[in-house]
Design a protein around this ligand. Sequence first.
Ligand code: PLP
Length: 388
Amino acid sequence: KRKYFLAGRINLIQRSKIRELFEKARKMENVISLGIGEPDFDTPEVIKEAAKRALDEGYTHYTPNAGIPEFREAIAEYYREFYKIDVDVDSILVTAGAYEATYLAFESLLEEGDDVIIPDPAFVCYVEDAKISEAGIIRIPLREENRFRIDPDELVELITKRTRMIVINYPNNPTGATLDKETAKAIAQIAEDYNIYILSDEPYEHFLYEGARHYPMIKYAPDNTILANSFSKTFAMTGWRLGFAIAPPQVIKDMIKLHAYIIGNVTSFIQIAGITALRDKRSWEAVENMRKIYAERRKLTLRYLNEMPHIEPFRPKGAFYVWAKIDPELDMSSEDFAEWLLENAGVVVIPGTAFGKHGEGWIRISYATKKEQLIEAMERMRRALEKL
Ligand code: PLP
């Protein structure tokens, strides 16, 4: 069966409506996209300089499979200083973004006959990873009345003998929801009691608003958690492909095999630049600057959306998305609404169903967009919706 990996499995990957929407948008003129999940900022200068210097210093060779030791040290130090969590360097694997960390967790921990619990809505890659690993997929709904946090009682209800892993992602894409300590502890307790892994995808940990805090799952369930994290969002480094996994050493050992022989290591000078990103004060100042700009755009977006008819935003405390509810009276699906917005306002948003069937009735708006563009998009949406 494995022999037909590509031919068989790539067809399972759904693109459908969203791709159609983007293709339509590409053919139109003067469209503003609020669809992108990527920082619009340039990587902080101090990190770029570090990469250039590393090249000049000869960081052009193969690296150890788990990553350059000093970089892994810097990651461990970061968890110690930021969260007071002791992480063993042997528990850290440098990966090509959080994507790779996530993929490795699925591939090394799951196989046919296992089930994985994935929230609904959720970032798109988990379901695709699950299909590739041949695990069964069970969706746990995230509900507005629960602030899109996982309901621990509902989680317990879904666990069976086959359940091997649950995926969580806070701050959340697409809802912008954050976790609270109580829920983090409850999920950790369940994972320990039922002996299941938690894959915790945390690339938005630094984009928090209104005093929200981040609760890394490795703090609460260190023996059960595979943490996926990334430099992509925090330091505006999406194209560098730099991230890491933290997991119990035995799990990391298995992940390394796949990583080293199938995927390959992250470029050495980029890993060296990662040390500067984590240790240099100036890079953290840049992160705080970006956070403040996101915070301002978030406020602006919420203010506009709250004044518009036919749409009601959830008040997100994290990431750079607003998850907004479409007026049920309109009797429009998420996809129809997104298409309508494109045609009538020239604005691209993502229909909630891209993230699962519980995303029906919602859209995702990204404010990782320059302020002037964002204002123009909001004005257009308001004008269009007022006529509806
Ligand atoms: N996880 C979530 C929740 C994301 O939103 C994204 C990117 O949009 C990723 C992972 C992938 O990040 P990376 O660039 O680190 O692979």
